[in-house]
Structure formats: structure tokens, C-alpha cells
Design a protein around this ligand. Structure first.
Ligand code: PLP
Length: 450
């Protein structure tokens, strides 16, 4: 690849300068999307027989493509679940890319997988799972949920010695869309169970559903931090109902389980230690870059039963210990995507993570109070985690939409409407410790008018 006009040194300078400036820059721009036509006009055809050169490709990225993409780590990007990767993790991501490590097997990735496993071990300990629990980093919560659901189904068939005509998963009506979507990939049903007045799935409701649906149920999927409202299900009650009936308990903590990192908030997750599997996305609220979800099994052999691939050309790998990350999810080749998370965790220490969680939780309490104090807004419920959901009194769905587009175009904030019980609402999701009270105050003031 040395026939490029630019020397490696020039390309390195350009990319590293960009990475450094982007990482150091505060405030950063929010960015704003453009249509395919607009982008084509600005870029032209970039893939050509001769190549446009790295200098020109980098110029297009910096001047056109990057500004046409939102910066999810912007202090006022408060929609969906934002991201707030540490500078340390983002910069180390460059090293991961440069190192060409294959993360599927111990033989090929031993050193990197060892470090990933130490980061996973921290999560195992936070959850209170027994020694020997472990798993793998996958791209996201969706893939984590799918891999755990498949493992649960196969473990249930293995334990019971038979399988129903059609499998089912029990989950709350507030469960994440990925659970329904992954069940449909598996040609299985999701049995939606009503929640209590606090929108929580309870142990009693799960016990009743399990007794009704019996051996059709492969697993109960509890959520520890619903995406829309941050609700945590009754993990202990659900765990006990599952234990008594020998059913797998999976906890979807993609967004919320990160708050276990703070001793102040760990009690909210009481009962997660009963889980057979759980997920948490470091790319959401554990300050790692995309794409990174930790998938953990109480007994990693359950993951292997479902996901280990065998082929003549893979057999050589088995001679080298038995910890091959590819065995624990629906994948084979994998980037060592847990390494930027590990690097930052190792560099800053776990106390820094606890403190950063506390900061974002405090900001959500501040914002909830500011909403209560505002004449034009109504808080929907006291925040449990770092989501604050509220209504803009008197606005139609169109007005909600229009305000969000306007503030995005102004570059002021990214706050989009959601729905709760059929009604439009706004929600702030705080994962960025750099979001300030002034940011919150200004957004709330801006909500006075269209
Ligand atoms: C975000 C989220 C998911 C999906 O995770 P991805 O990383 O986006 O695939 C699943 N469950 C919950 C509760 C989530 O918040």
C-alpha cells in the first residue's frame, strides 16, 4: 500500500491532528444532518479508480462529512441515550485499530483478551455474580440480548430434555424494542406482562405469568433501566420467581446497569446477582466509545453451548486454553472492542467512574427540580436513574416536533420528543458529566416558546 502519493507520516499527522483537536475541543459543535443530494453536491464521487488521495479524503471528512453527523458527546445532546467517551478511551481506540488484533480466540488475542476480561471481571464483581462468571464484548445491547436469549433457550432445552412447539420470553410492557425484535428473529414470542403503578415488572406478576405459561418460557427478561424512563424492575422478586421455577433470568441493563459503578446507587440493582446473564453497554453510560456492550453469563458454558462454532480450520485454536471470546455470542471475527473501555478504566481507576456516575445522577435531580419549578412544564415522574421525562404544557405533537428541529438547527441542543402512555413528552438522558446546570437552565428557558 505504499504507492499512495502521501507518505504514511503525512497521513498519520492528519489523522492524529484531527483526533487530538476533536478530543481537546470544548465546546464541540453539535453538527446537523444533510440530505444525500446535498452531500453529493459537496463531495462529488469519492470512490474512483485512481483514488482521491488521503489528504483530500481527510479534508472532505473534516469539512463536510463530520459536520453533517451529530456529535453524541455534545453537552446538550440529551436524547435517546447519548455517549460521553473519555478522551483516554477515544485516543486509545486509535491504538486498537492500528494493532490488528483478532479478538475471537485466546491463541490470537491472548494479551488483549486478558485485559478485556479484567474489565469484564469488574462488571461481574459489581453485579455480585460468582467467580467464574464471564463473557464477551459485543457491538451493542441488541446483539447482547440476542446472544443471551439464544443461550437461555438452549440451556432450558438442555435442562428439561424437551422443547415446546414455540418458545416464549416474559418481559414487561416497557421492555426495549430489541427484545421484541430479537425474539422475532428466533421465531419466539414475547409475553408482555403488566407493570405496577411505578411501571416496574414485579416478582408476583412474573410468578403468575410463569405459572400460566410453564415450559414454553425460555427466560424472563428484566430491565434495569428502561430507555424511555429509567425504570428498574423488581430484580430480586423476579430473580426469586425464576429460581423457584428453574427458569433463566436475563437482565437487560444496556443503559442503566452502569450506575452499579457507584456505591451510592448500587442498592437500586438489588437482586441482579441472581441473574443467569446480563448486559451493560459501556458505550452508553460507562464512558467508552462505540461500539461496546458487555455480555456476561453466570456460567460461560451456557454461552458456549449455543455459540461455539466448529470447523476443521478452527480446531487448531482449541489446543490453546478454552477461553475463546467468539464462543460466547453470535459472531466469530471480532475487534477487541472492550480495550478502549479497559484502557480508560485502568488509567483513571474505578473511583473516577463512580464519581462520574454520581455527577450525572445529580444533574438529573437538578433538572427534575428545574422542571418542577417551571410554569410551562410538568414532570412525569421522579427520576430513578438519569432520565428526566416531562410534558410541555399545551403543545401539540407537531409543536413538540417543531421545537426540537429548531433547536437542533440553531445548534443549541438535541432534545427530541418521545411518548409516554400515548402522550408526547420530552426526555433528558444524562450520561455526560460535562453537561452543566447552565445547559439545563438554558434548554428549559428555551422551551418557553417555539
Ligand atoms: C440501548 C438499549 C438496548 C439496545 O442497545 P444497542 O447497543 O443500541 O444495540 C437494549 N436495551 C436497552 C434497555 C437499551 O437502553
Amino acid at each position: 500500500m505504499h504507492e499512495f502519493d502521501e507518505s504514511i507520516a503525512e497521513v498519520a499527522d492528519a489523522v492524529i491532528r484531527f483526533a487530538r483537536e476533536r478530543t481537546e475541543r470544548h465546546p464541540i459543535e453539535l453538527g446537523s444532518p444533510k440530505s444525500p443530494q446535498e452531500l453529493l453536491e459537496l463531495c462529488g464521487e469519492t470512490v474512483t479508480a485512481e483514488g482521491i488521495g488521503a489528504t483530500e479524503a481527510m479534508r472532505l471528512f473534516e469539512d463536510v462529512l463530520h459536520p453533517a453527523s451529530l456529535s453524541v458527546d455534545h453537552e446538550r445532546y440529551l436524547s435517546f441515550v447519548p455517549a460521553a467517551p473519555t478522551e483516554t478511551s477515544v485516543l486509545f481506540d486509535l491504538a486498537v485499530g492500528a494493532s490488528s488484533i483478532y479478538g475471537g480466540s485466546w491463541l490470537e488475542g491472548a494479551g488483549a483478551v486478558f485485559a478485556e476480561n479484567q474489565a469484564l471481571e469488574w462488571l461481574v464483581q459489581l453485579a455480585g455474580l460468582p467467580e467464574g462468571a464471564g463473557g464477551v464484548f459485543v457491538p451493542g445491547g441488541t446483539m447482547g440480548n440476542l446472544s443471551a436469549m439464544v443461550a437461555a433457550r438452549d440451556a432450558m432445552e438442555h435442562r428439561r430434555g424437551n422443547r415446546p412447539d414455540r418458545w416464549a420470553f416474559i418481559a414487561s410492557k416497557q421492555t426495549h424494542s430489541s427484545v421484541k425484535s430479537m425474539a422475532s428473529i428466533m421465531d419466539a414470542d414475547v409475553i408482555p406482562v403488566d407493570t405496577d403503578e411505578g411501571f416496574r415488572l414485579t416478582g408476583e406478576a412474573v410468578a403468575a405469568a410463569l405459572d400460566e405459561h410453564g415450559d414454553r418460557v425460555a427466560a424472563v427478561i428484566a430491565t434495569s433501566g428502561t430507555t424511555n424512563l429509567g425504570i428498574i424492575d423488581d430484580l430480586r422478586g423476579i430473580g426469586e420467581a425464576c429460581r423457584e421455577r428453574g427458569v433463566w433470568m436475563h437482565v437487560d441493563g444496556a443503559y442503566g446497569a452502569a450506575a452499579m459503578a457507584s456505591p451510592t446507587w448500587r442498592p437500586l440493582f438489588d437482586g441482579i446477582e441472581l441473574a443467569d446473564s446480563f448486559i451493560v453497554d459501556p458505550h452508553k453510560w460507562l464512558f467508552a466509545p462505540f461500539d461496546c456492550c458487555a455480555l456476561i453469563y453466570r456460567d460461560p458454558d451456557d454461552g458456549r453451548r449455543s455459540h461455539m462454532q466448529s470447523a476443521g480450520y478452527l480446531a487448531f485454536l482449541d489446543a490453546w486454553g478454552d477461553w475463546n471470546p467468539s464462543d460466547f455470542a453470535a459472531h466469530l471475527t471480532r475487534r477487541v472492542r472492550g480495550l478502549p473501555f479497559w484502557f480508560s478504566l485502568a488509567a483513571h481507576g474505578t473511583d473516577a467512574y463512580a464519581a462520574a456516575i454520581d455527577t450525572t445522577m445529580e444533574m438529573s435531580r437538578y433538572a427534575a427540580q428545574a422542571v418542577r419549578d417551571a410554569d410551562h412544564l410538568t414532570l412525569l415522574l421522579d427520576p430513578v436513574l438519569s432520565v428526566v421525562a416531562f410534558e410541555r404544557d399545551g403543545w401539540t405533537p407537531d409543536q413538540y416536533q417543531q421545537w426540537s428541529l429548531d433547536v437542533m438547527d440553531e445548534g443549541t441542543a438535541f432534545v427530541v420528543p418521545s411518548r409516554h402512555q400515548g402522550e408526547p413528552c420530552y426526555r433528558f438522558c444524562f450520561v455526560n458529566p460535562l453537561t452543566s446546570t447552565a445547559d439545563v437552565d438554558e434548554i428549559i428557558a428555551r422551551l418557553q416558546h417555539l
